[in-house]
Design a protein around this ligand. Structure first.
Ligand code: C2E
Ligand code: MG
Ligand code: MG
Length: 558
């Protein structure tokens, strides 16, 4: 291009010089002819000068009318051939070539438009197969990849594992650290896993915090375990975002082709089911699909359908479990919801409360328990407290303080006798909102206990941020704290936190004298558990006169 431009400049220079020479010859010739009279030699010299100018003029006319437009046309075509479509074509010189220049510009514009469309289509095709945030394959592309892997395994006689992965409490990460941090976690997790993937392995993002992976299995039993450990370590690597270090945790479910199923959709569904089981469980965060999980999923579906009408059919009731001071004094009761299903029998709240939370039924159920418990407390001696569980979903409801006030008003219960038990997970789920709601609840005069303390994300943080009146140590720590030093140290640490903050600590799940003795020795203030009593209906408690038992009576009388 540069060379050509040089050439055309030189050409332009030479045609200017040629033009001047022609003009000089013509003017000179005319002047000589005019000044030389008759047929003299001077006149012939003038004619010769004019004759000499003719080819020069002819060349100049050719240059201007034909060669220059043709050169411009050639250059424009060359630019199109090189795909240089962004600048419009310059008009071609001369009237004769102007329409051709316009046609050329139309061709350029059309080609530019097609190129943009093509790029958009390619991008759309990319987007149709990939996740925009992480650049990982999406669900559709994952299906194509795992299908290919399954077909290859079928041909070779190999196996394939489908793996579903979910980041635990991702909502909490978003709420606590912000959505940018949430995005950083997802991108970081994706790139960390991609960096450790090997041949025959793949990772995709299905949406939200849900990832899927597959692994070709040709080797021994530990091949899959090694793969799962590798991706889990990559996913759980700490991520720094906006000054905070986030340590994600994940739940993993997996299923094997062809042992568990030979259908791809079923394989992924199985892994998904196993992942949800892993997430719901307290201990194992990595589970293989088990056909029994299908049965659980079916039961879950049936319970969701039936829970809505359970209250009106009279299948729900509230039981009360005593809470004692370590010296044996009865302090009060905790209200615990019960569902007696006509066919399935007793269904525990640990199973149906999460379903009620998912479906939103918890608002009505929780409100009903609250009112029942307040009325029950009015039938118990006036020094006894009544604890009611409040779920994370209820805590997020702006109507909760109003409902609590209404329950106190209709029952006539003194606010100080009502204690709302809120898990630290629920508190951490939306810190700012939780703080505002807790402030309103405490302004009513009710007390707040942190339930299941120690099993959440950020226990220390919880007690230092939220104004609470009681800490309830989760029963999983009490279960083995007599025999396991680690549990004992944890319980001792929680008690010392409570002591330093001036907040009484209650040990949940005390079943034996040795547990009671140790709780007392470590400095626990209160206890609750089967050693003191199972949850019972109010009528039974009243009939047996348990509420007026020794401890409580001792406290009334001072
Ligand atoms: P939670 O609030 O921590 O309640 C204590 C649970 O531990 C109760 O289980 C109780 O029966 C059980 N428990 C008490 N002492 C012992 C013991 O010595 N050993 C053992 N192994 N267990 C003991 P439950 O009634 O099955 O309730 C389970 C969970 O369901 C409760 O845990 C609470 O989180 C939830 N829940 C129960 N009722 C309600 C309710 O009305 N509303 C809400 N939102 N949640 C509820
Ligand atoms: Mg509780
Ligand atoms: Mg508890």
């Amino acid at each position: 291009m540069k060379v050509r431009r040089g050439q055309s400049n030189a050409g332009r220079g030479s045609s200017l010089a040629g033009g001047l020479a022609c003009a000089a010859l013509t003017l000179g010739g005319l002047a000589v002819v005019a000044m030389a009279p008759g047929q003299g030699a001077g006149r012939w010299a003038g004619v010769a000068m004019l004759a000499l100018a003719v080819p020069g003029w002819a060349r100049l006319i050719w240059q201007g009318l034909i060669a220059a437009p043709l050169h411009a046309l050639e250059q424009a075509l060359e630019r199109l051939a090189r795909d240089e479509l962004d600048q419009p074509c310059a008009p071609l010189p001369g009237r004769r070539f102007a329409p051709m220049g316009l046609a050329l510009e139309r061709v350029r514009a059309r080609l530019a438009e097609r190129r943009t469309l093509l790029a958009e289509n390619r991008y759309n095709a990319y987007l149709a197969q990939h996740d925009g945030l992480t650049g990982l394959p999406n669900r559709l592309q994952f299906a194509v990849q795992i299908d290919a892997e399954i077909a290859a395994a079928q041909a070779r006689g190999g196996r394939v594992a489908a793996v579903m992965i979910d980041i635990d409490r991702f909502k909490h990460i978003n709420d606590r650290f912000g959505h940018e941090a949430g995005d950083a976690v997802l991108r970081g997790a994706a790139s960390s896993v991609q960096a450790v993937l090997r041949s025959g392995e793949g990772l995709a993002r299905f949406g939200g915090d849900e990832f899927a992976a597959f692994k070709r299995l040709d080797g021994g039993a530990d091949e899959l375990e090694a793969f799962l450990s590798r991706i889990e370590a990559a996913l759980c690597a700490p991520i720094d975002s906006h000054g905070a270090t986030i340590r994600p945790q994940v739940s993993i479910g997996y299923s094997l082709w062809p042992e568990d199923t030979t259908r791809r959709e079923q394989l992924i569904n199985n892994a998904d089911l196993a992942m949800y089981r892993a997430k719901a469980g307290r201990a194992r965060k990595r589970l293989r699909y088990d056909p029994e999980m299908d049965e659980r999923a079916r039961r879950r579906g049936a319970l969701v359908d039936e829970l809505a009408g359970a209250g009106t059919r009279g299948e729900l009731s509230v039981f009360y479990q005593p809470q004692h001071h370590v010296d044996g004094t009865l302090l009060g009761y905790e209200a615990l919801l019960r569902w007696t299903h006509p066919q399935l029998g007793a269904i525990g709240p640990a199973e149906f409360v999460p379903l009620a939370e998912e479906t939103g039924l918890i608002h009505d159920l929780g409100n009903w328990v609250l009112n029942e418990a307040c009325h029950a407390a009015m039938q118990l001696p006036p020094l006894l407290s009544m604890a009611v569980n409040v779920s994370a979903v209820q805590l997020a409801d702006p109507a909760l303080p109003r409902r609590v006030r209404a329950a106190l008003a209709t029952s006539g219960l003194a606010p100080a006798r009502l204690e709302l038990e809120i898990t630290e997970t629920a508190l951490a789920a939306n810190r700012d909102r939780a703080l505002a709601v807790l402030a309103q609840l405490r302004a009513l005069g009710v007390r707040i206990a942190i339930d299941d303390f120690g099993v959440g994300y950020s226990s220390l943080d919880t007690v230092s941020v939220y104004p609470v009146d009681k800490i309830k140590i989760d029963r999983c720590f009490i279960h083995d704290f007599v025999t396991h030093r680690a549990s004992r140290s944890l319980v001792a640490a929680i008690i010392s936190i409570g002591q330093s903050l001036g907040v009484p600590v209650l040990a949940e799940g005390v079943e034996s004298e040795s547990q009671l003795a140790l709780a007392r020795e470590l400095g626990c203030n209160a206890v609750q558990g089967f050693l003191f009593g199972q949850p019972q209906p109010l009528a039974l408690i009243l009939a047996l006169g348990q509420a007026g038992a020794l401890g409580a009576r001792r406290r009334w009388t001072g």
